[in-house]
Design a binder for this molecule. Structure first.
Ligand code: RIB
Ligand code: CA
Length: 308
């Protein structure tokens, strides 16, 4: 299967991007490109961060710059969490790599046509590029075998409000378009699933002890964040939403609990904006909402990827 990761690289995005790159472990998973979108940090910073991670991983695949703002409303970032540079202000956001000239949405459409039936996408940021691809080519959704999305909040524990999770909150209009255009084959990793079991701080320490270049990069990236997690957010560990979505893409057998539903996204401008609702009756289901998974196996996949 040929995959694209669409990302607003951020720290957890970067952790997820490395996961497929463990020699010999995922022979059926071929990452053919990365597409970037404004989200955690502005697009130009996302581009630098993707270049930096691809250099670390020594991966030559192209990356394509996408939308620098949401479909309708102005752009708002999450630098307060991911750091001003988007990689934890760990001094890692530098690269010689440049994005291709082609817009990410056009690359998504082109590659989906080229590999139709053997093409899937992992979406780790706001769904602006994916929605644009859906509107540029009415066959796009049909050409995608699996669309694995990190986003939404299904049981009222959002991170932007009780209703809204960041990726959907930045661009609910795009999320609405995507869930309307995809009549099937969507797997959704909502925010709460990443709260139910977090990656322990001890695991970071164990990875650091391996002393590899990747381990050093990871611990530089999360050093300041871990202090924030412990002291400001009083968390017992590190939520890993994007890496859990990548883990599901790499191995769907990790899913231990799901709700099959039609996902709808509120685009109003009141308290419920970006609320993601699971409809079980009135509409044809299009999404497997992952509500429980084998966290230990998923976290071991992170450990392995960052200890290489
Ligand atoms: O709400 C979590 C999501 O928002 C993750 O994708 C994180 O990287 C941020 O983009
Ligand atoms: Ca993200």
């Amino acid at each position: 299967m040929n995959w694209i990761i669409d990302t607003d690289a951020g720290v957890d995005d970067a952790i997820g991007i490395a996961m497929p790159f463990v020699p010999g472990r995922y022979p059926d998973f071929k990452l053919i490109a990365i597409t970037t979108v404004a989200g955690n940090v502005p697009l130009h910073k996302v581009n630098v961060n993707v270049g930096a991670v691809l250099e670390l991983l020594q991966q030559p695949m192209p990356f394509y710059a996408g939308c620098d703002r949401p479909l309708v409303e102005p752009y708002v970032d999450a630098a307060d969490f991911h750091g001003d540079d988007g990689l934890g202000d760990g001094g890692l956001s530098h690269t010689v790599r440049q994005p291709e000239a082609e817009h990410a949405a056009l690359a998504l459409v082109r590659l989906a046509r080229e590999y139709a039936g053997h093409f899937s996408v992992i979406a780790l940021g706001p769904l602006t590029n994916i929605a644009l691809a859906c509107n540029l080519d009415r066959e796009f959704a049909h050409n995608v075998s699996r669309l694995v999305i990190m986003g939404g909040a299904w049981r009222g524990q959002g991170n932007q409000s009780s209703a809204a999770e960041f990726n959907f909150a930045i661009d609910p209009e795009s999320a609405k378009v995507v869930f309307e255009r995809f009549d099937a084959r969507v797997e959704l990793l909502p925010w709460e699933t990443s709260l139910d079991c977090m990656y322990s701080f001890e695991r970071f320490d164990a990875v650091a002890k391996t002393g590899t270049a990747r381990a050093h990069f990871l611990n530089q990236m999360v050093a300041k964040l871990n202090i924030k997690m412990r002291e400001q957010f009083k968390l017992a560990g590190f939520p890993m939403p994007d890496p859990l979505a990548v883990a599901v893409a790499l191995d769907p057998t990790l899913i231990r609990g799901e709700r099959v539903a039609r996902v709808k996204v509120d685009v109003g401008h009141d308290a419920g904006r970006a609320l993601s609702t699971l409809e079980f009756r009135r509409a044809h289901p299009n999404t497997r909402v992952v509500v429980d998974m084998d966290y230990e196996r998923a976290f071991e996949m992170i450990d392995a990827a960052w200890s290489v």
